[in-house]
Write a protein that binds this ligand. Sequence first.
Ligand SMILES: [Zn+2]
Length: 258
Amino acid sequence: MTSGVGAWCHWLCSPRVTKPSVTFKEAGERHEPEVEPEEQSEEELTLKQKLLQRLKRMNTGDLLRQIRRNISSFSVLPDSEGDLSWDGDDMATEPEISFAVQELQAYFSDWQDAQTDNFWQRKSRKVVISVVVCAQEDGTLHALRGMNTEVSLPSGSLCAERAGIARAASEFFHAKSIKAIAVLDPSGEIAPLWPCEVCQSWLAKIREQNPRISVVAFPCKDHEFKTILVQRNGKDVRPPTCVSQKSSQFSKHVLEHT
Ligand SMILES: [Zn+2]
């Protein structure tokens, strides 16, 4: 039987994707700023003068793009760098993520009150819920709900994440409008619960339309929804408030040594 592709794959695959290997090299290669070639005449200049010259040559758009790239590379760090959990302040910096958490909490509340049909989880006997966040061009956010659906056929089952993505497509949202996806095991047995390898493959395909999709998981079994973990491209994302602190330290270091 191949029906294990569905919700069962959360049980089987999640431990393998919970702690992806992350290296500075990968992040560095992807976010390496495009630096203009050195000119011979600059060799005698101090570092500060070189930086000022480069800033003068850049237009505002180039400068902003480089700053964004550097911030992105700072935000992808290995587990060994400390606590990766996001709190309310971190979530507030990313509207799509805070919206995903708020909508998943509402979905969880509805699930608790609902008269659910166990037929839909007849293989795993386990419910997983997810919310896919899509953004319209004017910035309006929409949440599309998904629940794992298992009818017990060799063709496989549908995970909550893919059910949410299919719901977004069915509501005519474009793939590039998908900004975030949050996943929860309502029973609290698996926390955090990350998308299985099949769902990760779907997200990899969708990233061809939008390379920045945040995946949100919940590390607390008691569903307090105040702490989350975030991954992008399968890599842990450091909480933004920590990045700010680190960036401040980095800026201070640069200023003191230039
Ligand atoms: Zn899956």
